[in-house]
Design a protein around this ligand. Structure first.
Ligand SMILES: *Cc1c(COP(=O)(O)O)cnc(C)c1O
Length: 376
């Protein structure tokens, strides 16, 4: 069996172990310490100097805290992009609130502004003004942030940006994760940088960041004994994990460049193949980190489905994956409201993510190209 080609696997830069070793040398083996502070500073400098970043145990934890800090509680409604990973929606249900799912538009595959406004108007008419909006930048592609932000401002609804897949992506000169009232980052195993597991909440100011850290460290009041006036969580990032993050920050832009090269490779590979389009930025306002490269297959023109291609790749030990199955089609979320038409459903049906790691070698690319060319 040929060696496995992964969709996206961890890619260490070399500097990580130095920071981890420092943590051991100074005995900062705890969910706080110099690496956590350093990683937060690195991220703040990277996304935008006016943002304040709190490092947490996961992106999911960051979303949970963003919702709590937005004042979401039981029976509230929260708007959420349907086409996404389940972690975008699960924290809404942790709070006994109700997700209201929104369709995608076809250029960025992210939240459709028209369906968003339709949903807001409908819910206000029903006396259920949504508490927050969760917009996602899928596969690194920025959503139509000008329109989404305009709507959130117009109706005065808190905007949470799930930028778990979009660290380093840019819309109109501004980094993803800094448009909303909150931004969410993830450093899980297959993301553009990984700390083995971890996440961060991007906040608009220091006061909000401190509130997030307070909740993430069991909500201890200032007192010599353990005193609590709020329910707390154990969501802070470990100093070991943050050491990996500091090393990864040193190679982030290089790795984005490599992922973008993968995308260019797929554009070249499919450029003369009728019925297959590579997912790319709609225009110069968008800069995607191309965390994952994806294609759309028109079955009528190609004569095969995305599943046919996926199985052909799998046979050669090459991992590919269907796009995120929309949340409103998931058994666990089927009873919640949904606004829009069937764009997300169609994108899911015909889309496929291809190997996209920044550590993909030229030889591996050749293998992928020859399997695909032979299959077609
Ligand atoms: C990975 C991911 C998350 C969750 O992040 P974790 O760090 O794995 O908890 C949330 N939303 C999206 C869109 C993701 O891809």
């Amino acid at each position: 069996m040929k060696e496995k080609i992964w969709l996206s696997s961890p890619h260490m830069g070399g500097g990580e172990q130095k920071y981890v070793q420092e943590a051991f040398n100074s005995n900062w083996v705890a969910p706080l310490g110099p690496n956590v502070n350093g990683f937060e500073k690195d991220l703040e400098n990277y996304v935008n100097k006016d943002s304040k970043v709190a490092c947490l145990s996961s992106g999911t934890a960051a979303l949970h805290l963003a919702l709590i800090l937005s004042g979401v509680s039981n029976n509230d409604e929260v708007i959420c992009q349907s086409m996404t990973f389940s972690a975008s929606a699960n924290p809404i249900v942790y709070l006994d609130a109700k997700p209201v799912f929104i369709d995608s538009e076809t250029t960025t595959w992210n939240m459709c502004p028209v369906a968003l406004e339709e949903a807001i108007i409908d819910r206000i008419k029903n006396g259920k003004k949504p508490r927050a909006i969760i917009v996602v930048h899928l596969y690194g592609m920025p959503a139509q942030m000008n329109k989404i932000k305009e709507i959130s401002n117009k109706y005065e609804i808190t905007l949470i940006e799930d930028a778990a897949e979009a660290l380093g992506s840019i819309y109109k000169g501004q980094k993803c994760g800094t448009f909303g009232d909150f931004g969410v980052l993830s450093f899980n195993g297959n993301k553009i940088i990984t700390t083995s597991g971890g996440g961060a909440l991007v906040c608009r100011n220091e006061k909000v960041k401190q509130k997030a850290i307070f909740l993430a460290t069991q909500a201890r009041d200032t007192a010599p004994h353990y005193q609590h006036s709020h329910i707390g969580y154990n969501y802070r990032m470990s100093n070991i994990v943050a050491g990996i993050g500091r090393g990864q920050m040193e190679v982030l832009d290089k790795h984005i460049g490599l992922r973008r090269e993968n995308n260019a490779f797929y554009q070249e590979l499919f450029k003369n193949i009728e019925g297959i389009t590579v997912f790319v930025e709609p225009n110069k306002d968008y800069f995607s980190n191309h965390w994952l490269s994806a294609i759309m297959i028109d079955e009528v023109l190609t004569g095969f489905s995305r599943e046919d291609l996926r199985l052909a790749l799998e046979k050669e030990n090459i991992e590919s994956r269907p796009l995120w199955k929309p949340m409103h089609l998931q058994p666990v979320f089927k009873d919640y409201l949904y606004f829009g038409s069937n764009n997300a459903e169609k994108i899911f049906k015909n889309g496929l993510c291809l190997p996209s790691g920044s550590n993909l070698t030229d030889l591996e690319k050749e293998r992928i190209a020859s399997v695909i060319q032979f299959f077609i």
